[in-house]
Design a protein around this ligand. Sequence first.
Ligand code: CP3
Length: 344
Amino acid sequence: MSATQTRSITRVLNGERLWPPPIWMMRQAGRYLPEYRATRALKPDFLQFCYETELAVEVTLQPIRRYGFDAAILFSDIFVVPDALGYPVRFEEGRGPVLEPLTHDLVAKLDQARTKEHLAPVIETLRRLRQELPQETSLLGFCGAPWTVACYSVAGHTTPDQVAARVGAYRDPELMQAFIDALVTASIDYLCRQLDAGAEAVQIFDTWAGVLDEEGFRRWSIEPTARIVAGVKARVPDAKVIGFPKNSAARLKDYIAGTGVDAVGLDWTVPVGLAREIQKIVPVQGNLDPMRLVAGGAALDEGVDQVLDALGDGPLIFNLGHGVTPEVDPENVKRMIDRVRARA
Ligand code: CP3
């Protein structure tokens, strides 16, 4: 039996219930850790930091060393894909990602051929990680869902409720479709390469799926994700894909049926009863409110217990309902992990 088959994350993704559940945390390599901030200071340009294999390996390993999470997630960002295609992307200090506003001209210039070389350092990061990680630790890859990546390109930056992206998609759906199509093609190739390089499963982050209306959700979230899942599985038949359509509780069943993902990440707003129904269809991941990790103390303990009580009887990967935030005290992360594992 290969090591992969015995790793806890894969066992849960195959439908097994493990107790205690395996645990990792979205954005686990990040600014709440002093060692991350120290490494990050070596490269002020965030995208360059993502392409620096040695530094990316180092920050991916930091939360594994400190906490012994059951999975490491590749350190990178969702915007390396448009960047690799030649779409103008940059990160501004204190403002986050800034993308050039979407135009037909920019989409016409996207170049699939340049992604292979451009993303090679990220693929190398995965290869190195698989060598350096403890045998029992899973390695996860990821990409942004096309809609979430596209959201930042319409306004040029993030806006509340993605008003600009939604208006843009109604005014010029052909333009949105052309950009999404390019992202689908590039994401399939990127995820397959991640799996070839040693990723055991991949997660598709659709942080902004929840702002769409019903038709939009089908066209901009489900359809492109379904094409990515099918494209990846056509090349890597045993690939495991976790979908994370945030703020989409009412549409999770449609999303699972429509996309073919193997598991879903639940955000913290998903009601317990619904989460249990979802878990009868596919393994679930989640869903502690990241603000309980900020608050700490009894609020954190109660939140951990609520997730375990709600979902502990079925296939569960313990996680947050969204990424950990910079103000979190690293001691609270330890407290969360200890509490999950103490329930064994
Ligand atoms: O989870 C991990 O530890 C792996 C690394 C990872 C990052 N971004 C590193 C990062 C992952 C999986 C992401 C995904 C990502 N990036 C998403 C989807 C998930 C989510 O959180 O909603 C999105 C929407 C982005 C885009 C993005 N990257 C934004 C909006 C920002 C700025 C806001 C912020 O948190 O600073 C980033 C920057 C970013 N990506 C940082 C990290 C650690 C912080 C930048 C820094 O160190 O200066």
